[in-house]
Write a protein that binds this ligand. Structure first.
Ligand SMILES: Cc1cc2nc3c(=O)[nH]c(=O)nc-3n(C[C@H](O)[C@H](O)[C@H](O)COP(=O)(O)O)c2cc1C
Length: 325
């Protein structure tokens, strides 16, 4: 399949693995890229720019295909060394960056000068237009369904994607709720030129996370996610568990008076424990509603081949067949 996204990133299939904290290591990025998609290493999971440089070098030993790095600008407790991370990306010869969380304008000149294609992930048409205006090459349009931070507008992809198509000139991929060939064909029909997946890639053989995390996703239904931190305007879609119930109870009780410090035990620094130790009940971790569509733990290659075969069959048989009838 050839789209402006496959052309932009030099990849075989229009499928991107979104940056994921404590999931997006070299192992997963390389597996996705080797399968013909665009794998992405998550910069901020690496404690220092030197660690990111090592992770990029490691990924290079695992794949000769293009891969990218995610740079997330979110409210975090201490400000990361962004100049250092950007330098590690450029020095490492990475040619694709997924930015997210905040306006990446400050970093565009230096990234563009180094020939890096920038895809900005955003949750509204106005932010997508802003990304286009400041010179991003593409956007990832992240609907309300998504795992992680869906923003505060709550517009699901059946509306958000065609709205983006109405307004944007640069290419975009769908993000949030994507799992299979049906998702890809629907995304293309709605105007996207590829799709980005997070939760689906977490439940793959190569995802370097604890088996219990993968099993929790397979066991979950589309009803099992919750939105937390809404009162702090930092909404995150997470898998429900005992810690999330406690967090939501605090939000109900404290109302407008709630501060980040009140929920630190449930959110701060829980990712290593969840993803590496498999302590899946210890705190809130991102997961999309798409968990309801995830029933197995394939390799990235099995997953991507299946998606492309399914998409082909839908386009050539199901849809063509309907036209002929
Ligand atoms: C466990 C997890 C961690 C994530 N961490 C990040 C992150 O650090 N930065 C980022 O930009 N997006 C992050 N995301 C969002 C994904 O890149 C992607 O946009 C999202 O998962 C898409 O929705 P889906 O899960 O329905 O596929 C994360 C998602 C998950 C599930």
């Amino acid at each position: 399949m050839k789209t402006r996204i496959t052309e932009l990133f030099g990849i075989q299939h229009p499928i991107i693995q979104g940056g994921m904290h404590y999931v997006g290591f070299a192992e997963l990025a390389a597996a996705v890229s080797n399968a013909g998609g665009l794998g992405i290493i998550t910069a901020l999971t690496q404690k220092t720019p030197a660690d990111l440089a090592r992770e990029i070098a490691k990924c290079r030993t695992m794949t000769d295909k293009p891969f990218g790095v995610n740079l997330t600008f979110l409210p975090v407790v201490s400000q990361p060394d962004y100049p250092g991370y950007v330098k590690a990306i450029i020095d490492g010869g990475v040619k694709a960056v997924e930015t997210a969380g905040n306006n990446p304008q400050k970093w565009l000149p230096i990234l563009k000068e180094a020939g890096v294609a920038v895809i900005h992930k955003c949750t509204s048409v106005r932010h997508a237009l802003k990304a286009e205006a400041i010179g991003c090459d593409a956007v990832s349009v992240d609907g309300f369904e998504c795992g992680g931070h869906p923003g505060e507008d709550d517009v699901p992809n059946f509306i958000l994607l065609p709205r983006a198509a109405e307004e944007l000139k640069i290419p975009f991929v769908s993000s949030g709720g994507m799992a299979d060939g049906r998702s890809l064909v629907a995304s293309l029909a709605l105007g996207a030129e590829g799709m980005n997946m997070g939760t689906r890639f977490m439940a793959t053989k190569e995802a370097p996370v604890h088996e219990k995390v993968k099993q929790a996703i397979v066991a979950a239904s589309e009803l099992d996610t919750r939105l937390v931190m809404r009162p702090l305007r930092n909404t995150e879609r997470v898998l429900n568990n005992a810690a999330v119930e406690r967090l939501l109870e605090k939000e109900r009780t404290l109302g407008d008076k709630i501060k980040f410090e009140d929920i630190m035990p449930e959110v701060a620094g829980v990712y290593p424990a969840v993803m590496q130790r498999g302590d899946v009940e210890i705190g809130a971790w991102s997961c999309g509603m798409v968990a309801g569509l995830i029933h197995d733990i394939p390799t990235c290659k099995e997953l991507i081949d299946r998606i492309m075969n399914e998409a082909n069959a839908i386009i050539r048989k199901r849809l063509e067949g309907m036209l002929a009838a």
